[in-house]
Write a protein that binds this ligand. Structure first.
Ligand code: NI
Length: 183
């Protein structure tokens, strides 16, 4: 397994549409293992393939022990509304309140190509919606009002110098975000 560099805001791949996964092979298994390792090293609860510079329609999540590798996901049901603060591994130290569905059902495949259906509420539901957005080039800041988004982007102009080439290099064993709810 290896730690992958996380692409930060400004990297074009974060805005690209992903491609459906069709091969469930060793390459995919390695990518999934590396993504889990990278997510844990960054103290995240979710990580999507574009965040590590890949175009596969794939995300990994571990929300309070609900751990999934999720391939080609689709939200087939959403219900209710819930507003809470979000943070993203690709934009360290940016925050914003985002409205999400309170409850979702996601249909997907697991890392072996077997169909899975996830019934989620609360933080898991929020994390799944955030990650599936990543798979379609969408970021949480897109949901903020013009003024709030602008404030975060101004902040980012100072923060981004820490990430040359829009890449965030992690160090093994270093816990960088103690809040642990970054996705
Ligand atoms: Ni994110």
């Amino acid at each position: 397994m290896s730690l992958l560099a996380i692409h930060t805001l400004g990297s074009p791949i974060l805005r690209e549409e992903t491609q459906l996964v069709t091969a469930f092979d060793d390459d995919l298994r390695t990518l999934i293992a590396d993504m889990f390792e990278t997510m844990y090293a960054a103290s995240g609860i979710g990580l999507a393939a574009p965040q590590v510079g890949r175009t596969e329609r794939l995300t990994v999540v571990d929300v309070e022990g609900a751990k999934y590798a999720i391939v080609n996901p689709e939200i087939v049901f959403r219900e209710g509304k819930d507003r809470a603060e979000e943070a993203c591994l690709s934009m360290p130290e940016l925050y914003g309140d985002v409205d999400r569905a309170k409850r979702v059902i996601v249909k997907a495949l697991d890392g072996e190509g077997k169909p899975i259906e996830i019934h989620a509420t609360g933080l898991l539901a929020r994390c799944l919606q955030h990650e599936i957005d990543h798979l379609h080039g969408k970021l949480f800041i897109d949901y903020l009002s013009y003024l709030k988004r602008r404030a975060q982007l101004v902040k980012w102009e100072e923060l981004r110098v820490e990430y040359p080439g829009n890449l965030r290099q992690l160090k093994a064993g270093a816990v960088t975000e103690p809040d642990g709810e970054t996705m």
